[in-house]
Write a protein that binds this ligand. Sequence first.
Ligand code: SF4
Length: 290
Amino acid sequence: MYACDFMKVLIAEKCGFCHGVRNAISVAEKTLMQQKDRNSVYSLGQIIHNSNEVERLAKIGLKTVDEVEHICSGTVLIRSHGAAPEQIAKLRAKGFDIVDATCVLVKRVQRIAEELANDGYKVVIIGDEDHPEVQAVMGCAMNVVVIADESDLHKLPHNARLGIVCQTTQSPEYFGKVLGAIGRSDFNELKVMNTLCNEAIKRQESAVQLCLQVDIMFVLGGLKSANTRQLAELCKKYNKQTFHLQNWNELDKNILFGKNIAGVTAGASTPDWIIAEFVKNLEAFNADSG
Ligand code: SF4
C-alpha cells in the first residue's frame, strides 16, 4: 500500500522532442518509407540518444552503425548531432546516398567554428569532448580545443586569439562559469559566440519552475542524452527528490511514498509516447493505490 492518495501529476510546460530531433525522426521515417530495400538505411551513430526510440526505428528497418567502415551499401542518415566533414567525405567517396538530418543549430555551430578558424582564432568549444555534436564540430576546424571545466585550462595556448563556441545543449550557467574561468587566462583576444540552443534553455527553465512546486520530480530520457542529464542535474539543485529515468519500467514505486505532487519533464530526445505512457501509469497508479 503506497501513501500517495491525491497525488497530482504536473508536466513541464516545455519538454520532450525539440524541432531538431523531431525533424531527424521524421527524415528517418520518410527515408525508410521511400526505400524499397529497408535494410539498406543506416544511421551513423544512434539517431538520437534514446534507446527506446532507437529500438522502435530499428523495428522498421533503421540500422545503427558506429563506423563508416561498417556500412556496405545503401543510404546513410546523418543524425541531428551532425558528423565531421571528414566522415561525410568518406561516405561520399564510397558512393553512399547521404540524407542529412543535422539540426540547423548544430550546423550553425559548425559554420561558426570554421569561420573563426579561418579568421585566425584558436577555436575553443565549451562542452563535453566525448559528445558526438562536439566531435563533429571539432572536425570542422583545425586545432580545436575543448574545455569542459577549469581543469582543462592548461590546454589553452598562451597569448592567443580565442574564438569561443559552446555545445548547444549546455546551460547558460555552465557556459558563463567556464567562460569566466577562460577570461582569467592569459589570452590576447576573446571572441565569444553564443551557440546555446533556445529549445534546451526553455526546457531547463520550465523544469526548474516545475521542480520547485512538486514533492518529487521525474526527468525522463536517455542516460547518454546530454540535454536530459543537464535537466536532471539542474532539477537536483532545486529539488533533491529528482530522479532521472528512461521510462516507466525503471520506476521504483516505493519512492512515491508520502508524496502528494509529482512533476514530469523530459529531454529534447525523449519521445512523446514515453512521456505519455509514464504520466498515464503514474496517474493510474495513484488511482489504484488511493
Ligand atoms: S536540442 Fe537544440 S540544438 Fe539540439 S537538436 Fe534540438 S533544437 Fe537542435
